[in-house]
Design a protein around this ligand. Structure first.
Ligand SMILES: [Zn+2]
Length: 769
């Protein structure tokens, strides 16, 4: 793909969203001013000035009120209490901000926000306290196996099973609700201590014994029944605390005064702190995401993915605002320096495309780097102008990627980044690159998911029998499957099954023994996830592309000479001039059912160094790298080669192309969108009554794969072809609501086609049906 880079300076000076044309908004009934929905279903734009202890003497409330107005926020998050109190609390051990004196900064800010017509969420941060508190209530604190308190810097960590959570915090919530009447509460650290540390305090010991009839696990060991029970018990406790806090808040502040603790956008991060995204989503009126920036390896598309994943379990009618750092937050962490505006805005835009509501976030109320104050306004203003298109919409996609937090826990264990996240990310990247719309699908929600015709299992090792059964039902209903790696080779505890739970559907049986998952990585040599095999000699492997042949009918036979002619399968499209693809992984031996197609086979490792030795000792094997089959309306692709993980790690275009090809073959004609043109464009398609809404987020940049972007590079023209819903005629023009223009459409069969001349940061097409 080529990238036109002309015109970039001008593009940089004027971001496209500042130039957006304001369109008349026919506000739906549920927007501001209406009382048909509670406030937390109507707050689409958020702001947060995270108050430092110094701020009580320098917080210019008038200035920030003007900033709220300028950035069009409808709700603000204001620090109230927890580690630090910003009001004169009646609780003597509730540590007041060092510079608070007797000021009620939280109360003043809440009143100012209410006077301005804004909603207020009181922010708590409540998992640690200072030494005086510890001395007063030594039995409220998390302790290690020697009985010593767990500490973080000079603070002491409170135990999630102690009266701190059951008596003290509810008292603080009630005090804040009664004094200042915020509209709701959130909490930055509500889930207490993470999975890395087991608490052996008396409360934990007693409660665990009551629940599990056994002592707390001695150490982290995924094969130990006590540790397994401790993991599940720890999750249940967090969900209980969620319910307790919400009950307390509603009782003190009224039915709409909800409590909603912050959640990470990373499932692995949620797993490490026992926050169950699906269980929390069932209970949350609004989901508060603390997911402020992209990682080095995942790109902006990760935020669109997070939005779709969260709404998948939360529902698309609820809101999911996300804290977005306006300060430099990685790589390099500078709390009071401005993040480059394009980096911050692209994160906001990418999230919005996935259904996330924007929420600017500053640390401290006073800044010497004032550039950051210019950052959020254009995105916030554009969001307001177009809010009717950004909420209450149904995603349109035929491809689903299966995930479950249980798999992250019991299959991923201490290596979830490598075993779970990387394969998922590889598909996410490949699908975004190929402009194929997809949705994350929770393994327990498959029965109620609509519109998905292909389900991808990216190395989803752990599946329960019930999940296996629902996948079988999906197939029985005409669905197709694509699985990679060791999907279904383990049960919900990560214990090995005799063979793949879905092997009969894929037409494979594993011949090599099923590897046992690592019980623990504690105390072992430090292992950098994903890097272990990068330079290992066994990693110098390839996949051989072979002409179409059916297993058991016409080969392949070991020792055959590579063939350069013959009909190849559609999944090998674009690889005509090569008989090999780089691979890098290993492959187990599999027996393939008669009639299945094997378009790729394994080339075992051979030396890389010295170069004189770098020749294939075994050019051809019968070890399958990809197995394809069809039955009725369903297609099945099994990719034991972990090409998805490798694509996430290495970004080799061959791997991305192969994954996209396999998805396209498996999906048949069901993909509803085709987008042609240069660049990397993240596409999100939605339906609303009477129209389709299409986001095209331009990720093409010198910094696509590593933050920060400081320059936007326009791409175009982009040709869009979208399937019309049954019975829809399609209007002859499409509105482009970022550039403020109209594109002429043409109808071709069931599809509507139009061209977007140029996309700088993003475009949103509204297609009338
Ligand atoms: Zn404890």
């Amino acid at each position: 793909m080529t990238t036109p880079i002309g015109n970039t300076r001008r593009a940089f000076v004027r971001t496209s969203i500042t130039g957006a044309v304001a369109l008349a908004v026919d506000a739906p009934a549920q927007q501001r001013g209406s009382t048909t929905l509670p406030w937390y279903r109507r707050a689409y734009r958020w702001g947060q000035t995270n108050i430092t202890e110094k701020d009580p003497v320098r917080y210019d409330i008038g200035w920030w009120r003007a900033f709220w107005k300028k950035t069009e926020v409808q709700a603000v998050i204001i620090n109230a209490g927890g580690i630090v109190a910003y009001y004169p609390s009646k609780f003597p051990l509730h540590h007041r901000a060092e510079f608070l004196n007797n000021r009620d900064l939280f109360g003043e800010l809440t009143k100012a926000a209410h006077d301005d017509g804004l909603f207020v969420m009181a922010r708590m941060d409540s998992n640690r306290v200072s030494e005086d508190f510890f001395k007063a209530h030594p039995d409220w604190f998390a302790r290690n196996s020697k009985g010593e308190p767990y500490r973080a810097a000079d603070k002491y960590i409170t135990c999630i099973n102690s009266p701190y959570y059951e008596e003290y915090l509810p008292g603080v919530l009630r005090e804040i609700a009664e004094r200042s009447k915020p509209d709701g509460f959130t909490d930055n650290s509500w889930a207490g201590m993470g999975r890395e540390s087991i608490c052996y305090c008396d409360h934990c010991a007693r409660r665990f014994r009551e629940k599990a009839s056994m002592a707390l696990p001695a150490e982290a060991n995924w094969d130990d029944p006590a540790y397994r029970k401790w993991i599940l018990w720890s999750y249940e406790r967090r969900t209980e605390v969620w319910e307790l806090n919400n009950r307390t808040s509603v009782a003190a502040g009224g039915p709409d005064c909800i409590w909603s603790g912050m959640m990470s956008g990373s499932v692995t991060s949620l797993a490490r702190s026992f926050r169950d995204l699906r269980e929390v989503s069932k209970r949350a009126g609004i989901l508060m995401l603390d997911h402020q920036r992209r990682d080095d390896d995942t790109g902006f598309q990760q935020n669109g993915d997070t939005g779709k994943r969260v709404h998948g379990v939360l529902g698309w009618d609820k809101l999911a605002p996300e804290s977005m750092a306006m300060y430099q937050s990685g790589p390099g962490y500078y709390r009071v320096a401005s993040k480059p505006a394009p980096e911050a805005r692209m994160w906001m835009i990418s999230g919005m495309a996935g259904g996330i509501q924007p929420w600017w976030h500053y640390v401290a109320a006073y800044h010497e780097d004032r550039r950051m104050y210019r950052t959020p306004e254009p995105v916030m203003r554009w969001t307001k102008q177009n809010e009717q298109y950004l909420v209450n919409r149904t995603p349109v996609a035929s491809v689903g990627i299966l995930w479950s937090q249980r798999n992250t826990d019991f299959f991923g264990r201490d290596e979830a980044g490598d075993l779970v996240d990387a394969p998922y990310t590889g598909f996410m990247h490949a699908l975004v690159r190929a402009r194929i719309p997809y949705l994350p699908v929770h393994a327990d929600d498959l029965g109620t998911t609509r519109g998905i015709s292909v389900l991808i299992l990216p190395n989803v090792g752990a599946l329960s029998d019930a999940q296996v059964e629902s996948i079988r039902k999906f197939v029985a209903g005409g669905g197709s499957l694509l699985a990679t790696g060791v999907s279904g080779l383990y049960n919900e505890w990560g214990d090995a099954r005799a063979n793949y739970a879905l092997g009969d559907l894929f037409g494979v049986r594993r011949l090599d023994p099923v590897p046992k998952l690592r019980a623990t990585t504690r105390g072992g040599p430090g292992r950098r996830e994903g890097a272990a095999d990068r330079f290992a000699p066994e990693g110098h492997t390839y996949l051989r592309l072979i002409p179409e042949m059916r297993a058991g009918v016409d080969g392949p036979k070991a020792g055959d000479e590579p063939r350069v002619s013959g009909q190849r399968h559609a999944v090998l499209k674009g690889f005509d001039e090569t008989d090999l693809l780089p691979y890098g992984g290993t492959l187990a031996r599999h027996e393939v059912a008669s009639g299945a197609v094997v378009p790729l086979t394994f080339v075992p490792p051979f030396p890389t160094y010295p170069p004189e030795t770098s020749w294939m000792r075994e050019p051809k094997t019968s070890i399958p790298g990809l197995v394809l089959s069809e039955r009725g309306k369903s297609r099945f692709a099994f990719l034991p080669a972990d090409v998805d993980r490798r694509y996430a790690r290495e970004h080799l275009p061959d791997h991305g192309d192969l994954l996209a090809n396999v998805v396209r073959w498996t999906a048949g004609e069901t993909i509803p969108l085709h987008v042609q043109g240069p660049g990397m464009i993240d596409c999100h398609l939605y339906q609303q009554p009477g129209r389709l809404v299409l986001h095209l987020v331009n990720l093409t940049s010198a910094a696509t794969w590593r933050a920060p972007i400081d320059e936007l590079i326009a791409v175009g023209p982009i040709k869009v072809s979208v399937n019309l819903p049954t019975g829809a005629a399609g209007a002859n023009a499409t509105q482009l609501l970022v550039s403020g223009t109209t594109a002429r459409t043409s109808r071709r069969g069931r599809t509507l086609e139009f061209e977007v001349p140029s996309i700088l940061d993003h475009e949103m097409a509204v297609i009338a049906l």
